[in-house]
Design a protein around this ligand. Structure first.
Ligand SMILES: NC(=O)c1ccc[n+]([C@@H]2O[C@H](COP(=O)([O-])OP(=O)(O)OC[C@H]3O[C@@H](n4cnc5c(N)ncnc54)[C@H](O)[C@@H]3O)[C@@H](O)[C@H]2O)c1
Length: 246
């Protein structure tokens, strides 16, 4: 097992990528605090602590990280997977409220969770943070203005933290998924569009390797980045995208 008895906080734990990641990390011997807006169906055990929380709320974030520490006694890793999509919208029709909501969930929440978890990692002298951004920050699609900007912020934050935290033995990396077969994918379509046909004609066809990314592709990359095999990897951006970013 590659993550035996290590403790991870996983956000977006009920989503497509998050659920698979929680499962994989448990299989690799980890303890997991699994956070999402709603954690119905995730059962608490000696290895799994499901916590319902809104990660845009500063106090809730402090509380969930503390709960994870109190249950498991350390925090080895933080995986920021939670996120929301943007329905493709011309810039002149994007409301300030929509812009701020997308920035708050996709960029501010990883700032809040990192700020809350880093003190525990500093005390241990080790830790790993992996933030899920998106290949769209390298190759944007029209109309995803706020989403792409939020993911660009995540990459810059991650690299800023990688340099700041290296001396404490804390690694910070990014995974940029390509178009992935989860509930979120259809939410990028513009209003009224035929989601199934767009999945095929726009998203799958945009991947040089010829298939959509699946949650286990992402979970595999996270296991590697959190394992000892990646002990010297920090500040890197992994494109798990079938070549979409080329
Ligand atoms: N699906 C794709 O094509 C794709 C491509 C590139 C990047 N991504 C990114 O991958 C990550 C995972 O996406 P997914 O495809 O699994 O999507 P998903 O919609 O299946 O999962 C996202 C999860 O985040 C949770 N979440 C949203 N707001 C939250 C909040 N305020 N507090 C707590 N939890 C919250 C949701 O409840 C949901 O369970 C996201 O950051 C997304 O932006 C997805």
């Amino acid at each position: 097992m590659r993550l035996e008895n290590e403790v991870f906080v996983v956000t977006g734990a009920k989503g497509g990528m998050g659920k698979e990641t929680v499962k994989r990390f448990l299989e690799e011997g980890a303890f997991v605090a699994a956070i999402d807006l709603n954690v119905d169906g995730l059962e608490e055990s000696d290895r799994l602590l499901p916590i319902a929380a809104d990660l845009t709320d500063e106090d809730e974030v402090e509380k969930v990280i503390r709960m994870a520490y109190e249950k498991f006694g350390r925090i080895d890793g933080l995986l920021n997977i939670a996120g929301i999509a943007q329905s493709a919208t011309p810039i002149e029709e994007v409301s300030l409220a929509d812009w701020e909501k997308i920035m708050r969930v996709n960029a501010t929440a990883p700032f809040l969770t990192s700020r809350a978890a880093v003190p525990y990692m500093k005390k241990q002298g080790s830790g790993v943070i992996v933030n899920i951004a998106s290949i769209s920050m390298v190759r944007p699609r029209p109309g995803l203005n706020a989403y792409v900007a939020s993911k660009g912020a995540v990459v810059s934050l991650s690299q800023a933290l990688a340099i700041e935290l290296a001396e404490y033995g804390i690694r910070v990396n990014v995974v940029n998924p390509g178009p992935a077969d989860t509930n979120m994918l259809g939410q990028f379509a513009s209003e009224g569009a035929d989601v199934d046909s767009i999945k095929e004609t726009i998203f799958r066809k945009s991947v040089p390797m010829g298939r959509l990314i699946i949650p286990s592709d992402i979970a595999n990359s996270l296991v590697y980045l959190c394992s000892k095999e990646a002990a010297i990897v920090t500040g890197s951006v992994f494109n798990i995208d079938g070549g979409r970013g080329i």
